[in-house]
Design a protein around this ligand. Sequence first.
Ligand SMILES: [Zn+2]
Length: 444
Amino acid sequence: MNRVLFENALLITVDDQNNIIRSGWLLVEEDRIAALGEGRFEGDRSGITTVDATGRALLPGIVDAHTHVAGSLFKGLLEDDPNGFYGFALPMEGQLTREDVYHLSLLGAWECMQAGITTINEIYHYSLQVAQALDEIGIRAVVSQNIVDVDIGALRYDDYTRDAAKGEAFLEENIQLIEQYHGKDNGRITCRVGPHATDTVSMELAKKCVAVGQKYGVGFHTHVAQSEREVAQLKASYGLTPVEFLRETGLLGDHLMAAHCIYTNESDIQLLAQSGTHMLHCTQGLGRGSDFPPTAAMFKAGVHIVLGTDWLTMDPWANMRFGIGLNRQHGVDHATASALSMLRRSTIEPARALGLADQVGSLEPGKQADLLMLDCTGPHLTPMYHDPVATIVYNACRGDVSDVMVAGRFTVRDRKLQTMDEAEILHRGQAVAHEVYNRHLATL
Ligand SMILES: [Zn+2]
């Protein structure tokens, strides 16, 4: 039996009472948290592996509400280009092969894992290869196929010519994904349906996506109101806002993970709040792109806002700090945009949005042992007073995450990936990225 005992740890549980144990223990048995407590563990130590967590904090693993891990491909190519998304990234994605996506997904997933992310809500092209990579590397993942019925490389010319057969093929891959991966490895991998965005699927295709989700009993993941281009396209085609489009198609609701929602009006915000739709705020990515969703109005209306990293940089710690800064800049009060709020919106709240709150998102007996250990011995995390959450959220870095566990298994130990060969992932990821980049340059 797998039994791991963490001792002398600062436990930040993120449970309903936000309980913190200054010096305690946590016992993992098989894939679950068996028990935790204050002081010394007095139970049976037979067959136990002990981890001395002196100077370390144990937190629930981060649940990242929105990722495209293979999109780490674009690091350093888009951040300073205002037209980078439509003008460069989407056309370059046309150069990706299934094998490229597999290797780049490993690279991005490793970046996530090293940062303490234990669950990702992922949507991308070639989802069968994405799921294969995520399954192999050992992260917990909710995977969707990018479904579109347009040529995303042509959107830069405002060309929205629909191709129904293309849409059907992507939907078919999403069905195959669900049949092959939903519930795999004791539920570590689950699936959703992924209509890519409100402008890149037609009303007809979006409704087919809804029917597939209902048939398989899975939720949805999409992008909403990402750009003024998208808003204009929906107005011209249907006379609807992106959020109204979601309502008309049946996508709106508690079953939907809706990324970005940048260009939304007051009535859209009410619809998001009343329907229980989950708004995925990718604070760092959007902030760098000068994209600011109206979060003050959203919080006021009661929209369920959770944090995601998107792509390029999968750093949940920077993301939480961007979340605080951006929200306060937009007039959100200090309590709503606090360290604790951002930590909850990076752990238990996205878990709840994904329907996984009984499994992950907090350190509680009976839940899956998905956790991270943070080295708090550095000067930037010293001193620590009565509120360690504030000290950690305002100061912790990815490099402080020393160990990560998913379902009771160390995926990162002493900052080293345990599940696959780091050098191989780095070497292949780097080579594939340069090949894709060069193929894209050749088309310009
Ligand atoms: Zn995205």
